[in-house]
Write a protein that binds this ligand. Structure first.
Ligand SMILES: Cc1cc2nc3c(=O)[nH]c(=O)nc-3n(C[C@H](O)[C@H](O)[C@H](O)COP(=O)(O)OP(=O)(O)OC[C@H]3O[C@@H](n4cnc5c(N)ncnc54)[C@H](O)[C@@H]3O)c2cc1C
Length: 370
């Protein structure tokens, strides 16, 4: 397994559970996990498993668009953020105390899922179970042939320090579409860390990445025109491209071989979030192993995969409608229900209400025709 988000969460769960102490666990990872390469944000109710690593949290949120400015009524949900460096440090320190866990600094070159062998640049191994967090090789082909839909969630963010106290630390901004670039589904996302420090991120949900340099221009414009800040310092930069897709990752799992993380479809197709989902998936994998069920039993929920597919097709075929669709979502539904829906915890009645607030049946039929 790789030592990124999914691999470390899984290894942590194996060790905390205690039932797997007789098994040797190897984490094969070519990277040094020593940079703050991202911040993982997520919502959850009340106290959570990673609270000791949370660097900032917000009880309130905002959604802004040309159609209206909404306060997110979060109910009991709290939006939390973990810096990846704190996560890597904590989990690697924790795992180093377990004699049955070994970190191997190497790159996997080949996995044979018939005889359960793993080749790396400098060695080879045999395993009873393989959890593989490498990107899927079939994914690109499936997207290129049009069999799967892909929307890039691509973004660039600056953590800025301002002279003036301009940020409200109680409230994060989920989406501000007033920063939209031309006819794309694009918005600004803000995480205020203090009154004069925040992550300001220009985010796009688009089928292609055919932009060049616009992020910086759009960020500068938003900071000066919307935030009305003239003097600031950029103290960190975050850049990324998260695949939002309906590719059937689950089809590539085998009896003792499980694709995990982004390469296993753990990133939710319609949102790009996966931190909290990884926690849930890992708990389910542990239950499956202990109860002798297939490794991926109850991980993927077909109803929700279908909703994600609808949403991806809308963004692919009608990208310019993104702002309107998100406004309808946030203005016509209780916000706690939206979080529950995105966490795949709603019932079919609740789901129909949400879908009905966004699209007509005719529209849904039409997006599957083209
Ligand atoms: C900048 C950024 C910000 C994000 N923010 C959020 C957020 O706020 N909230 C959220 O829920 N999600 C977020 N995501 C999405 C998602 O949670 C992350 O991408 C997450 O890290 C995915 O977990 P993972 O384990 O699949 O991938 P990674 O954490 O990238 O781990 C995969 C690991 O596999 C290793 N690997 C790759 N190839 C090999 C090989 N051949 N051999 C051995 N190891 C290999 C890699 O080195 C890597 O360490 C963000 C993504 C990015 C890029």
């Amino acid at each position: 397994m790789g030592g990124g988000l999914a691999g470390l969460q899984l290894a942590h769960a194996f060790c905390t559970d205690g039932s797997f102490s007789s098994k040797s666990i190897a984490i094969i990872e070519p990277r040094e996990l020593n940079t703050n390469d991202k911040r993982w944000s997520y919502w959850e109710k009340g106290i959570g498993k990673w609270d000791h690593l949370v660097s900032s949290k917000w009880p309130c949120g905002r959604f802004v668009s040309q159609y209206g400015d909404l306060k997110l009524k979060m109910g009991g949900y709290i939006y939390k953020s973990v810096q990846s460096i704190d996560f890597y440090n904590h989990l690697t320190d924790f795992l180093k105390d377990f004699p049955n866990v070994k970190f191997i600094n190497d790159k996997v070159t080949e996995v044979n899922t018939d005889i359960y062998t793993i080749d790396t640049d400098s060695s080879s191994f045999k395993a009873d179970y393989i959890f593989d967090s490498r990107p899927s090789s079939q994914f690109g082909r499936s997207v290129a042939s049009g069999t799967s839909n892909l929307i890039h969630q691509h973004f660039k963010g600056w953590v800025i320090k301002t002279e003036a106290a301009v940020f409200n630390t109680d409230e994060f901004t989920m989406m501000d579409f007033t920063a939209k670039f031309k006819d794309t589904c694009s918005f600004i996302y803000i995480l205020p860390y203090s009154k004069n420090e925040a992550l300001i991120e220009m985010t796009f949900f688009t089928p292609k990445i055919n932009f060049d340099g616009e992020y910086d221009e759009l960020l500068k414009m938003y900071i000066s025109k919307t935030l009305k800040v003239d003097f600031f310092e950029i103290i960190e930069v975050e850049k990324g491209d998260i695949p939002m897709t309906d590719f059937p990752f689950q089809n590539y799992n085998k009896e003792h071989y499980l694709k995990i993380g982004t390469g296993g479809g753990w990133v939710k197709g319609s949102t790009g979030y996966s931190f909290k989902r990884a926690e849930k998936f890992v708990e389910q994998i542990i239950r499956n192993l202990k109860q002798g069920r297939p490794l991926d039993s109850n991980l993927y929920k077909s109803r929700f995969m279908w909703y994600d597919k609808i949403f991806l097709r809308v963004l692919k075929n009608y990208n310019h409608l993104g702002e309107k669709v998100f406004f309808k979502l946030y203005s016509r539904n209780p916000h706690t229900l939206i979080f529950k829906f995105l966490d795949e915890e709603t019932n079919p009645g609740e789901e129909l209400k949400i879908l009905g607030s966004l699209f007509s049946l005719q529209f849904i039929k039409s997006i599957f025709k083209n």
